[in-house]
Design a protein around this ligand. Structure first.
Ligand code: ADP
Ligand code: MG
Length: 140
């Protein structure tokens, strides 16, 4: 039997998702997948906070625009916990580009562009640890 791996991963409802009032629908999708909410908070990200979060992308051409976008309105940051939580959240979110995202995923349903794609999800166990503690340093 494969051992059960309980993970905690970070999801963000980005400013486009917040403006479209999708918070409830997004939470419902994660809950229906069996994941458990571990932390949730609304933030108005400062430029510095957004730049630190996306620092792996700082040399990419889209970085300035991404920071503009992420600071253009409130976000809702959540930690979700459960078996295989990292992959589950990324599956529910769908591919980065909404046009390539599988039908029924959050990005396919509501994303408008590769940048304005409604949600974030951590992409691995290293990044999830960094990202969860970046927003919820006291979570255990
Ligand atoms: P993901 O969020 O699926 O892990 P990445 O880590 O590659 O995707 O990129 C982080 C975020 O940067 C994306 O979710 C999206 O908002 C934005 N982004 C990624 N690639 C592009 C691009 N080519 N043009 C504009 N924005 C992009
Ligand atoms: Mg990523």
């Amino acid at each position: 039997m494969t051992p059960i791996r309980i993970e905690t991963t970070l999801s963000i409802v980005k400013p486009d998702g917040f403006k479209k009032r999708l918070i409830g629908k997004i939470i419902q999708k994660y809950e229906e997948s069996g994941l458990t909410l571990a932390a949730i908070q609304r933030f108005d990200l400062t430029r510095a906070k957004a730049e630190g979060f996306y620092s792996v992308h700082k040399e990419r051409p889209f970085f300035p625009s991404l920071i503009e976008f992420m600071t253009s309105g409130p976000v809702v940051v959540m930690a979700w916990r459960g078996e295989g939580a990292i992959d589950k959240v990324r599956e529910i979110n769908g591919a980065t580009d909404p046009k390539k995202a599988a039908p029924g995923t959050i990005r396919a349903l509501w994303g408008e562009s590769i940048q304005n794609n409604i949600v974030h999800g951590s992409d691995g166990s290293g990044t999830s640890k960094f990202e969860v503690s970046y927003f919820f340093p006291d979570l255990r």
